[in-house]
Write a protein that binds this ligand. Structure first.
Ligand code: NDP
Length: 461
């Protein structure tokens, strides 16, 4: 068995590696290195924990590693690129679930009520409440992102019910602590917090989902931090705090980007999905369709082109085709930039990852603040599979579920070519007036095929 001061020293090394790893993740150029540094830290932490503990059942540990490794490998091999966002939601949930199980097991395995001390019991209550909310909330987020359930569930008095559940789980937690670990209060607390997790995320739709996912990520870290106190494991406390703090920072950034209130999101008071309009009547007779040949002709006359990718680019895996089109246009002395909305796609940084995979230079990507003033001077905007992030309803209709969310003002450009397969809505489930605007042409088809057809037409022309 390793001496505890050596173990603590190794935990400190692991924690420092986590911090340097996080620093590396702040820039695309150093992100891979950052990931490797954090992984090395995690390796040191896991080995130290295993070697420094006295009574370990190695059989159970090996069985856990093999089962977990097998499930992880199968998931990694089978999951399509477009399903990564829901997989990430699931991972957040598993983090919360692990905290509930570990903290729960610690209190259940204490021989009789009263055996655990107050600090451990308070930490257990915190880890279990936050962990259960994270697990169930993330499972609901998974179901929504996988589009297994598209509807958002709302009922009158939902906020009061949520507040009652939150208060109820806290009271049960306090009673568990004051009775020295009575398991009846433990189960009641876990049940109420689980229900709260479901009800918090059920009404979320439209522009609030990305913010909620960032918040759930932060909660999984906070739950792990609580579990670290239960187990008296310093590296788990530090790693959990790092995940919690960076997740809260991401939540704040997303709130700012989406014009949402941080406090409302943290307490589950998201805007919900609002009412929807009948799409057929909305679009009837007002859409102007175009062809790849006509799009190519328009592009030939352009000097400044902006590409706006969205979730559909990920579905079509059109990033390489988009790069080829950009190179073709640049070879014709036409300048091409990319406008990236912070919540385009289904996870933070989704578009950046895809465009980096296609070797598109990072300095070609403009964020929302840099892109919006540029649209007025842009000759042609090509929207590839984006919908909600370019929906002017966010600006113009206060009743819209995405009201107030900053969007890319593509409608300010001279001509907008929107590539998508149909007039189907995006994640928020609402029609988009951009598709019937005077300066918009719809090019219906799969993103990759349509972009490829435009590039071919440009080469031939
Ligand atoms: P949207 O979900 O609004 O729209 C995507 C569009 O892509 C659809 O309208 C669809 O239309 C089209 N599409 C799908 N497949 C293809 C294909 N093969 N070829 C071409 N087009 C295709 O995407 P946005 O990126 O504009 O917006 C993101 C939305 O997701 C926002 O509402 C955001 O709040 C939400 N969200 C974002 C998260 C994040 O962290 N980024 C997390 C969770 C939710 P059609 O079927 O007609 O082709």
């Amino acid at each position: 068995m390793m001496q505890s001061n050596i173990a603590n020293l190794l935990y400190l090394v692991a924690s420092v590696l986590f911090i340097f790893g996080l620093k590396g993740l702040t820039h695309p150029g150093s992100a891979v290195r950052g990931n490797m540094i954090s992984a090395a830290g995690m390796f040191i932490a896991v080995v130290t924990a295993l070697v420094s503990e006295a009574d370990l059942s190695w059989g159970i540990i090996v069985a856990g590693v093999v089962t977990g490794g097998l499930v992880g490998t199968i998931l990694a091999l089978k999951t399509r690129m477009t399903a990564i966002p829901q997989l990430v939601a699931l991972f957040n949930g598993f983090g919360g679930g692990a905290s509930v199980l570990v903290a729960g097991a610690a209190i259940i395995s204490d021989a009789q009520p009263g055996a655990a001390d107050v600090q451990v019991l308070v930490s257990t209550a915190a880890a279990v409440i936050i962990g259960a909310v994270t697990l169930l909330g993330s499972l609901v987020a998974f179901v929504k992102l996988a589009e297994i359930v598209r509807k958002s569930l709302t009922f009158t008095g939902q906020k009061i019910v949520n507040a009652a559940l939150a208060a109820g789980s806290l009271v049960c937690g306090a009673l568990m602590v004051s009775t020295g670990g009575d398991l009846a209060w433990f189960w009641a607390m876990t049940g109420l917090a689980s229900l709260l997790g479901v009800l918090l995320v059920m009404p979320i739709g439209g522009a609030d989902m990305p913010v909620v996912i960032a918040a759930l990520n932060a909660y999984s870290g906070l739950a792990a931090c609580g579990t670290g106190f239960v187990l008296g494991n310093t590296v788990l406390v530090i790693a959990g705090s790092l995940v919690g703090a960076s997740g809260l920072i991401l939540t704040r950034i997303m709130c700012k980007a989406m014009n949402r209130s941080f406090t409302n999101v943290i307490f589950g008071l998201a805007m919900g999905s609002g009412q929807t309009i009948d799409a057929d009547t909305f679009y009837e007779g007002k859409v102007k369709a175009t062809s790849a040949d006509e799009a190519a002709m328009i592009l030939e006359g352009a000097r400044q082109v902006m590409v706006v990718p969205g979730y559909g680019m990920a579905v079509a895996q059109a990033q390489h085709a988009v790069r080829d089109l950009a190179r073709q246009l640049e070879s014709m002395d036409i300048s091409v930039d990319f406008a990236i909305h912070p919540v385009a796609g289904r996870m933070p940084g989704h578009m950046n990852v895809l465009l980096a995979e296609a070797d598109i230079a990072y300095d070609k990507l403009k964020d929302l603040d840099a892109a919006n003033p540029a649209f007025a001077q842009t000759d042609v905007v090509i929207v590839v599979g984006a919908n909600d992030v370019v929906n002017p309803e966010a600006r113009n209709n206060p009743e819209s579920p995405i009201a107030g969310m900053p969007i890319l003002d593509v409608d300010k450009a001279k001509t907008v070519i929107v590539i998508k397969r149909s007039l189907s809505p995006g994640f928020a489930g609402i029609p988009n007036p951009l598709f019937i605007a005077d300066n918009t042409l719809m090019l219906f088809g799969d993103g990759k095929a349509a972009i490829g057809a435009i590039t071919s037409a440009l080469k031939e022309g």
